[in-house]
Design a protein around this ligand. Structure first.
Ligand code: GA4
Length: 330
């Protein structure tokens, strides 16, 4: 078993940079350029005026909080997470651990309906709330992917979005709950008391899918790593969705957009809940960059592969491993 490190995070550099905040109600051609710029520079951005209705978000958050507030034996009825269902502290299948509990759901409607029976006392209400959220957020994801294709001057502007719109798509919804974790004073570097109060809740990794859309309550914790060893905290903003490029979009943009590594820290006194939608293609989808993104100056970086192959590789590795490297052309 892998024991999470006591995380004396004091030697790591933390730099404050604000991610670009993109207003989706602005002029389309401007928005698409800004999105591409943000993906080029950070692989992460925030979107506001995103069109996902507040009541849909609020209902899902309420369901999430009610679930996590249940007694442990009841929550365990929805587990173990293999990979779907309730999980506590264990991440993936190869011994990674974190300071969190979570629910992962396959976004297929039949699977949601089945899983809801072990999650809620009112399964049909729970599954309709989850389905409404998935539909709205998937719509936002498709819109963002179309804007990216437009900004990248790719002729087939739905080349990315149709992958996550597919009825056989393999998208995942994940609710993460990070209870407050007090860090022992003996673990703290008292010369920098504010730098290292927080333990790692979900360790450093990149997201395997195409695009991730994340919302959290107003408790911070997300950090991204643009440069090795430098962590940038993302300011929490309940009005925004935080969007990041996944490994599949890195491959489909032939390495132009980077699937940036990120992690979540716990807070020492407040609990954090985040909801992430990971937009993924169907298992048999072949991941190939559109012709406009493969040029004599930017030769094809990755060999063609299917999402099923990539997913299998992801689950056979550890959370922090770089999986896309395995699919690079020599
Ligand atoms: C990271 C992104 C999503 O949370 C997730 C995670 C998945 C899991 O927790 O089951 C993985 C992880 C994530 C990446 C590598 C593999 C798979 C744990 C792990 C060690 C649901 C996903 O799709 O990939």
């Amino acid at each position: 078993m892998v024991v999470p490190s006591p995380t004396p995070l004091s030697t790591e550099k933390v730099r404050a940079v604000d991610l670009p905040i993109i207003d989706l109600s602005a002029q389309r051609s401007e928005v698409s350029k800004l999105i591409v710029k943000a993906c080029d520079k950070f692989g992460f951005l925030k979107v506001i005026n995103h069109g996902v209705p507040n009541h849909i978000i609020a209902k899902l958050e309420h369901e999430g909080l009610s679930f996590f507030a249940k007694p442990v034996p009841e929550k365990l009825r929805a587990g173990p997470a293999n990979p779907f269902g309730y999980g506590c502290k264990t991440i993936g299948l190869n011994g990674d651990m974190g300071e969190l509990e979570y629910l992962t759901l396959n976004t297929n409607p039949l699977s949601i309906a089945e899983r809801s029976k072990t999650i809620s006392d009112d399964p049909s209400k729970f599954s309709s709330i989850v389905s409404d959220y998935i539909e709205a957020v998937r719509g936002l994801g498709c819109e963002l992917l179309d804007l990216m294709a437009e900004g990248l001057l790719v002729t087939d502007t739905s080349v990315f979005s149709r992958l996550i719109r597919d009825v056989d798509g393999d998208s995942v919804l994940r609710l993460n709950h990070y209870p407050p974790v007090q860090v022992d004073c003996k673990d703290m570097d008292t010369s920098h008391p504010h730098d290292n109060r927080n333990k790692v809740g979900f360790g450093e990794h990149s997201d395997p899918q195409i695009l991730t859309l994340l919302r959290s309550n107003d408790v911070g914790g997300l950090q991204i790593s643009i440069e090795d060893g430098v962590w940038i905290p993302v300011t929490p903003d309940p009005n925004a969705f935080c969007v990041n490029v996944g490994d599949m979009l890195q491959a489909m943009t032939n390495g132009r957009f980077v699937s940036v590594r990120h992690r979540a820290l716990t807070n020492s006194c407040k609990s954090r809940m985040s909801v992430a939608f990971f937009g993924a293609p169907s298992l048999q989808t072949r991941i190939i960059a559109p012709p406009e993104l493969v040029t004599p100056n930017r030769l094809s970086l990755y060999r063609p592969f299917t999402w099923a192959e990539y997913k299998k590789a992801s689950y056979s590795l550890r959370l922090g491993d770089s999986r896309l490297e395995l699919f690079r052309k020599c």
